[in-house]
Design a protein around this ligand. Structure first.
Ligand code: 2RA
Length: 342
């Protein structure tokens, strides 16, 4: 049987990506409901050649729905329990339920077995965590990971359509020798904003009491949950750069015992969703311009720590709207459909 599906947040960046992926992957569905806030209700969207009218999301919208894909945002908190109450399985891209012990947090290539433990809600990890997890898992399988030091280079589309508009507008203003206006980054909710065009901002989301940002602490806690090991040390620095799409990450990992570059590369090669692009002689390495719009993440610059034989260094890049959000969620839905478990 094919599921009845709802997409909540259908008009946003992640929602639009769900629609593109439905078409590309020929995701099987019986009925489809496109939902959004009252502001976007009435918008017409075409999915797989059929026109749908976006409806305002209400608790009753989930009546008869088997799988509900939530694109993200604070609305998940109220509507996810309502959808579950009505029999839907919610795959949620917001951060609301990620650390709830009753909610599995899943990257399908890494911990698909956790999907089966769900009690109605399955959480999609944060984009930077998902992309890093794809590089970590093949290494973790060769020797357990003890410690990670990661710096991210995150695209403006991680901050939504407003982030994209801001980089565009600031670039145009700068080229026209006009003042750049900044209202969104580093975080729209904060009083102070900086231009991202021709700049780098070492803050993503708000600061926590320990002076790490919320985005950084997501990388710590979510990585530990996905890899089922709270003892893994993660030391992150998350940075916004003036790139439209695809996050990049420089990752230094210490494992329990030494792993050779050849073994790690072979494991990455065999790992689903990961492409090894690593040929220094030919200047081949992953770059965000070339991973955008693609399903797979790319890993390169693989080399040993210069001073520690248990240390492995790599650079990983992935489309954060696709694998970092919509695709990851849809892969979870595909798992449920394949198992007819909805
Ligand atoms: C960002 N990680 O890039 C966020 C989006 N979830 O801002």
């Amino acid at each position: 049987r094919k599921p009845n599906v709802a997409i909540l947040g259908a008009t946003g960046a992640v929602g639009q990506e769900f629609i593109t992926l439905f078409e590309e992957r020929q995701f099987p569905f019986a009925e489809l409901k496109l939902l959004a806030s009252a502001r976007s209700a009435g918008t017409e969207l075409s999915v797989c050649g059929k026109t749908y009218i976006v409806e305002e999301a209400k608790p009753e919208s989930f009546e008869g729905i088997d799988i509900a894909l939530f694109a993200g945002g604070s609305i998940s908190k109220t509507l996810a329990p309502e959808a579950v109450k009505r029999g839907a399985i919610v795959i949620d891209n917001s951060s609301t339920f990620r650390m709830d012990p009753n909610v599995p947090l899943v990257v399908p290539e890494v911990n698909p077995e956790d999907i089966d433990t769900h009690k109605g809600i399955i959480a999609n990890p944060n984009c930077s965590t998902i992309i890093m997890a794809l590089g970590l898992k093949p290494l973790h399988d060769l020797s357990p990971i003890k410690r990670i030091v990661v710096s991210t280079y995150q695209a403006v589309s991680g901050a939504g359509k407003e982030g994209i508009d801001e980089l565009n507008n600031q670039t145009k203003a700068h080229m026209a020798e006009q003042e750049m206006e900044a209202n969104i980054l580093p975080s729209a909710s904060l009083p102070k904003h900086y231009p991202i065009a021709f700049n780098v901002i070492p803050q993503i989301d708000i600061f926590m009491d320990n002076d790490y940002t919320k985005e950084e602490m997501k990388m710590v806690l979510e990585t530990q949950k996905i890899l089922h090991d709270d003892a893994i040390q993660v030391v992150p620095t998350t940075i916004r750069i003036p790139v439209f799409r695809s996050h990049s990450e420089s990752v230094l990992v210490e494992t329990e015992s030494p792993v050779s570059v050849a073994d790690f590369k072979a494991a990455c090669d065999a790992f689903p969703g990961l492409i090894v692009k690593d040929n220094p002689k030919e200047q081949e390495y992953p770059m965000p311009l070339y991973t955008s719009g693609k399903d797979d993440c790319e890993i390169g610059r693989i080399r040993k720590d210069l001073y520690n034989d248990k240390g492995m260094n790599f650079w990983i890049v992935g489309d954060q709207i696709r694998k970092g959000a919509a695709l990851n969620a849809l892969q979870i839905a595909e798992y449920l459909v394949e198992k007819q478990s909805f």
